[in-house]
Ligand binder design. Structure first.
Ligand SMILES: N[C@@H](CCC(=O)N[C@@H](CS)C(=O)NCC(=O)O)C(=O)O
Length: 240
């Protein structure tokens, strides 16, 4: 198999950061195309890359007779791992923690992130005293506590002792995504120690310096988190 010819399209300050991070961890070369939000959503050049119009998008031109364009960060991670990395950073079905790996790989996009987004929307539209905000807030706290308990139990990574793509999928929810929806992590020591371990990974640092050089990585890894993007808060309150 010839060496991979991958292009990653990443809308800055967003979940697309998962893909450069994964590729840096796997030591797979790639071309990175960066896009600025316009003003909050994708610019036309990025929208043109895929019918979803969202980031990340992966283009794979390794096999000229079968060029691939793929969206959905989870699908992209699985594609890279199985197509170009012989399954590295996934756990195989034979591994005792296979079910944990699958569960935590999917948890961020299937539960945590939609929950955070719903909470942001209800705060903006109906306010923090409304029962709908309170319900969404309770679900977020439950999900964050569940994840914190998992990390306290493993004392290492989400799938267990091994760093996997489940950590790559989830990291951004507590680092950069807190620019959209704040979470004060004070007292969540499982998550804070895990973020510290993530910050110690050279591949994470390399990816962030390439994908989002203007993002303050230390703020994203801290208990209080980064400042929120005011324009997003206004958009959630339908005030743009
Ligand atoms: N489920 C998709 C979500 C993609 C998504 O919504 N990406 C955001 C970046 S955080 C985006 O591109 N937003 C701009 C837009 O939708 O115009 C994934 O995991 O890749």
């Amino acid at each position: 198999m010839s060496s991979p010819k991958l292009t990653v399209h990443h809308l800055q300050i967003g979940q697309g950061e998962r893909i450069p991070w994964l590729l840096e961890e796997l030591n797979i070369p790639y071309t990175l195309k960066l896009y600025k939000r316009s003003p909050l959503l994708s610019p036309p050049e990025l929208k043109a890359k895929h019918p979803l119009g969202a980031s990340p998008v992966l283009e794979d031109h390794t096999d000229p007779s079968n060029p691939i364009t793929l969206a959905e960060s989870g699908a992209i991670c699985e594609y890279i791992i199985h197509k170009h990395a012989n399954g590295r950073l996934a756990l195989p079905p034979s591994h005792k923690n296979f079910a944990d790996y699958l569960y935590w790989f999917h948890f961020s996009n299937a539960t945590l992130q939609p929950g955070l987004f719903r909470r942001a929307m209800t705060r903006g539209t109906v306010g923090e005293n409304d029962v709908r905000f309170k319900g969404n807030n309770a679900r977020v706290i439950n999900a964050v506590t569940h994840l914190n308990n998992r990390l306290l139990a493993t004392g290492a990574w989400l799938a267990g002792d091994d760093f996997t793509a489940a950590d790559v999928m989830t990291g951004w929810c507590f680092s950069t995504m807190r620019q959209f929806e704040p979470i004060d992590l004070t007292g969540y020591d499982g998550i804070l120690n895990w973020l510290k371990r993530i910050g110690e990974r050279e591949a994470y640092r390399r990816a962030m310096s390439k994908a989002d050089p203007d993002v303050d990585v230390e703020e994203g890894l801290s208990a209080k988190g980064p400042p929120v993007i005011e324009m997003f808060v206004k958009a959630m309150a339908l005030k743009l």
